[in-house]
Design a protein around this ligand. Structure first.
Ligand code: NI
Ligand code: MN
Length: 260
């Protein structure tokens, strides 16, 4: 996407949002709180100053508690191109007239598919409405697969999403030493970390990730969606409480957590 195109997209949705006002009516007002709901797998709905949905893989997700049409949001964030993350992003973005925030190589095909997009890259931040979004590195791959073709999806990423409280969504990733840097730079209030193993960190690596990040509140994700990523989140919670001062909260798909 070239620069004038990006600017045009930005000004379009900004202008429209000013006319429309807040989309969902679910906002917390001026306070610094967020309601976070696990939509299964890596999908979360964050209702802070804005309502942000991350990695909305709902169709084909056996544990998804909602349908794509049920999701009301202002912003859609996608960590990488794999179908269990990109999922229903385009459909949800179009229905809500919400921009998709993703790495350029994921944003470009989403734009071709008719969504408004903000194509950014790792290490950078953008402000969308009242939310600050920083894209972080993740150690993982990224591609689109369909119609017998594979299309590159850029690098896999994670996000620091500040909409009131600050949430780190790690995306799909291995544990990596620079999680310490992310902890120091961004001091997230809560971390969403994959523990499913096989495609991402397992429990031992995710426990180390909590140590590196130093984030006090942690919610595990990307496990028990499918047999191949079957894990006991209680084991993760026990490990983290033995080795760190952080607290793990285990959600069931559809359950919410209030972050003050
Ligand atoms: Ni993936
Ligand atoms: Mn995945």
């Amino acid at each position: 996407m070239n620069k004038p195109g990006r600017e045009r997209l930005h000004s379009n949705w900004k202008a429209r949002l000013v006319q429309k006002g807040k989309a969902s009516g679910l906002h917390n007002g001026p306070g610094d709180a967020m309601k976070l709901t696990w939509l299964g797998h890596a999908a979360f709905l964050l209702e802070g100053k804005d309502t942000v949905v991350v990695d909305p893989f709902l169709t084909g997700n056996p544990v998804a508690p909602v349908k794509p049409a049920d999701v009301k949001c202002d912003i859609v964030c996608v960590t990488h191109a794999h179908s269990d993350h990109y999922g229903n992003a385009v459909e949800i973005a179009k229905r809500n007239r919400a921009p998709i925030v993703a790495i350029l190589e994921v944003a470009a095909p989403a734009q071709v598919a008719g969504a408004e997009t903000i194509g950014m890259n790792i290490g950078g931040s953008t402000e969308v409405r009242d939310t600050k979004i920083t894209m972080t590195n993740a150690i993982h791959s990224s591609c689109f697969v369909g119609d017998g073709k594979v299309q590159a999806g850029g690098s896999a990423a994670g996000f620091i999403i500040e909409s009131g409280p600050k949430v780190y969504h790690a995306g799909d990733t291995a544990a990596f030493g620079d999680m310490r840097l992310l902890g120091e730079l961004y001091e997230p209030d809560l971390a969403l970390l994959p523990i499913g193993d096989f495609f991402t960190m397992g429990i031992a690596e995710a426990t180390k990730a909590v140590e590196l990040l130093g984030t006090r509140r942690v919610i595990p994700m990307h496990y028990n969606t499918f047999d191949i990523i079957k894990q006991d989140p209680g084991e993760f919670k026990g490990n983290v409480s033995r080795k760190t001062k952080s607290e793990v909260t285990i959600l069931k798909p559809g359950e919410s957590y209030r972050l003050e």
